[in-house]
Write a protein that binds this ligand. Structure first.
Ligand code: SAJ
Length: 429
């Protein structure tokens, strides 16, 4: 049983802290927010993740997990703090990583291990975190172990993936790497692969998400080409993927979430060689504009039109709206029409009516409508995320609220023959 202090009780830190506690380690979950700590003490989990509440409750009730606003001396410190993205500079803000290092430094002792799990630009563990920790007078690699061990869990399936995914561990030297391997072996069922180089581990995590982003950009470009050739992109991709070494991803409205649209930029933070990767980012970001053009081709000017955007979560069956393509589309449609309509723009109004609906999102700052209200008399409906609820929509019920409505189904989840039979004109990406 080792004492572990997990820094940052968010999407990754909280499940990680509970996991170690449920595997009989003595864990202190540290967060700078008193609200987070208080709500956890009351048994509340401050974000939505299947199974997490019961998992955290089990850890707290066993006495192995406690939460605190204070750092305590611990054999292991695991840093799971956010690395926010500065959209203008296209850079990671490493302030939280630095302050986690500063919080650990006074408590650091000979023989301790510090593990950075947050996704960071290559070089961060050695160039940013190490100097802060070495203010203690101790040397990384000699006196304490220093490691990058990226998380790779999928939101919506975090607990299972924490346990089952393979892990990459890269320390500043072999001794550091092995110290972290011994710890993660206590619960990881996947393979643990190592490198005695923290920068390699950072780089690997980023290329995993960049692979996905560029692959999705390829799928999106294929979808646009398929539309020009008047063929079904999904059928073409499915057939292409019959080749044993081909795995084209699925097209859609673009890429959201806190990882895939951001991590490719981290790769370029300390290098100016991004080329294909940057282009892929732009292709994915451009998908909302492409859908706007599809709407305009069909409906003409969108002024005075009502468009319903169904799905403002960043992907199907989650409630997270971070970098959501659905929200981006809704905002761009509003802006486009406002900019195009001199009179409306002059008095600050826009004459397009954009309604949004999402059964998974509860954000009170959004003007979310019921399904009926969102689609009633709409000229256009855009299915923006692949929620199961949308796949199960009855076209006849939607038809009873609408007239000659044009539907853009970006995740291609609707049964197009059923919807066409119900009188809808439907376009799938
Ligand atoms: N998307 C497509 N086409 C596809 C697959 C996804 O357009 O074929 C879109 C989704 O709709 C969504 C976005 O991409 O908007 C990202 O969704 P996702 O499910 O691919 O990924 P995330 O952001 O939820 O989680 C990713 C995962 N990374 C990889 O699969 C390589 C996860 O394993 C990482 O842990 C996570 O990022 C992270 O924290 O980095």
């Amino acid at each position: 049983m080792s004492t572990i202090c997990v820094h940052g009780l968010g999407y990754i830190g909280l499940p990680t802290a509970a996991m170690f506690a449920n595997y009989d380690h003595d864990v202190i979950g540290y967060d700078t927010s008193t609200e987070v700590v208080t709500s956890l003490e009351d048994g509340e989990v401050h974000f939505d993740e299947p199974g997490l509440r019961a998992f955290v409750t089990q850890a707290l009730e066993s006495g192995n997990l406690s939460v605190s606003n204070e750092v305590v001396p611990s054999k292991y410190h695991i840093i799971c703090v956010p690395t926010p993205f500065d959209d203008d500079a296209k850079e990671a803000d490493l302030a939280y990583v630095k302050s986690a290092g500063k919080a650990i430094e006074p408590h650091l002792r000979n023989g301790d291990t510090v593990i950075l799990e947050s996704t960071v630009p290559p070089g961060t563990t050695v160039d940013v975190l190490q100097p802060v920790l070495e203010e203690s007078g101790l040397q990384a690699g000699d006196d304490f172990a220093l490691v990058h061990c990226p998380e790779t869990v999928l939101p919506g399936n975090i607990i299972t993936e924490l346990q089952q995914n393979n892990r990459i561990i890269g320390g500043v030297n072999g001794v550091s790497t092995q110290a972290a391997v011994r710890l993660y072996e206590s619960f990881v069922e996947g393979e643990i692969r190592t490198t005695a180089n923290a920068t390699t581990a950072e780089f690997v995590k980023l290329i995993q998400n960049t692979f996905r982003d560029t692959n999705i950009a390829l799928a999106n470009e294929i979808a646009k080409l398929a539309a020009d050739y008047e063929i079904d992109s999904r059928e073409a991709i499915d057939l292409a993927n019959q080749h044993p070494r081909v795995n084209v991803h699925q097209p859609g409205l673009g890429v959201g979430g806190h990882c895939i649209p951001i991590d490719p930029w981290f790769l370029g933070q300390n290098s100016d060689l991004l080329e294909l990767i940057e282009m892929a980012r732009n292709v994915n970001d451009g998908m909302t504009e492409y859908v706007t053009e599809i709407l305009e081709d069909e409906l003409g000017s969108l002024t005075e039109k009502k468009i319903a955007v169904l799905g403002v979560a960043y992907k199907g069956n989650v409630g997270d709206t971070r970098k959501s393509p659905g929200l981006k589309l809704a905002r761009e449609l509003q802006d486009d029409v406002t900019a195009d309509t001199d009179v409306a723009a002059a008095d600050g109004g826009s004459t397009v009516d954009i309604t949004i609906h999402d059964p998974h999102v509860t954000d009170p700052t959004l003007d979310l409508r019921s399904l009926e209200e969102a689609v009633r008399d709409a000229d256009g409906i855009v299915i923006a995320t692949g929620h199961d609820e949308f796949a199960e929509l009855d076209p006849q019920t939607v038809r009873s609220e609408t007239n000659d409505t044009f539907v853009v189904d970006t995740p291609a989840i609707l049964d197009d023959s059923e919807w066409s039979a119900a009188g809808f004109d439907i376009h799938q990406i």
